[in-house]
Every structure is written in C-alpha cells, then in structure tokens.
Design a protein around this ligand. Structure first.
Ligand SMILES: [Zn+2]
Length: 102
C-alpha cells in the first residue's frame, strides 16, 4: 500500500523492540497517513483529533507491553531524499538568480 515514512518504536519485555510504522499513501490528494503495527496488523482509523504518535505508543504499551524507550525515527530513505533535494533546490535558486541578474 503506502510507503513507510516513520517508525515509532518502543522497547518491551526482554528488550525486544516493537515498531508501529506510519505509512503514507500518495494515491490520495492530499495524501493520507496510516498507522500499521508491524507485529499484529493493528491499523486504527485516523479519523480522530488525537496525535498519531500517542495512539501508536498507547497500542505498543497496551498490546505488547512495550512502554519504555519510545523513539520516533524517520525512514532512512525519506531523510536521505531530503538531503538530495535540498542542495538541488539551492543550486536551482542560485542559477535562477544568476540568470535574472545577467
Ligand atoms: Zn501491535
């Protein structure tokens, strides 16, 4: 379905790491984000005003006993893509400025 853009993790019994993925579905406009538990297939409706990270950690704690070491990581490929796009935009803006000035 969507691409995982964030991983919400917490540490449970036996130092096992549990993960809830935030998946973004770009087929919608505007895009939609989904929460999907990597361990039990839990995927709540997001038609709510609650924060999705709070919902994810509540699920990890209540369903998997993972209530320590909460962490919110961006997917590596997403953060890497930003580091590629940012310099490209800077180069483009500089090129436009030079072009406009000449
Ligand atoms: Zn779960």
């Amino acid at each position: 379905m969507g691409a995982a853009i964030r991983h919400l993790t917490a540490i449970g019994p036996g130092d096992q790491v549990f993960t809830v993925n935030v998946e973004r579905d770009f087929r919608y406009d505007p895009y939609r984000d989904f929460l999907v538990c990597a361990h039990c297939g839990w995927s709540p409706s997001l038609l709510t005003t609650r924060r999705i990270d709070a919902m994810a950690w509540e699920h990890l704690a209540s369903a998997h006993g993972a209530d320590r070491g909460m962490a919110d990581r961006e997917n590596e490929s997403v953060s890497r893509a930003r580091w590629v796009v940012l310099p490209l935009c800077a180069v483009l803006i500089i090129a436009l400025l030079v072009f406009a000035g000449s």
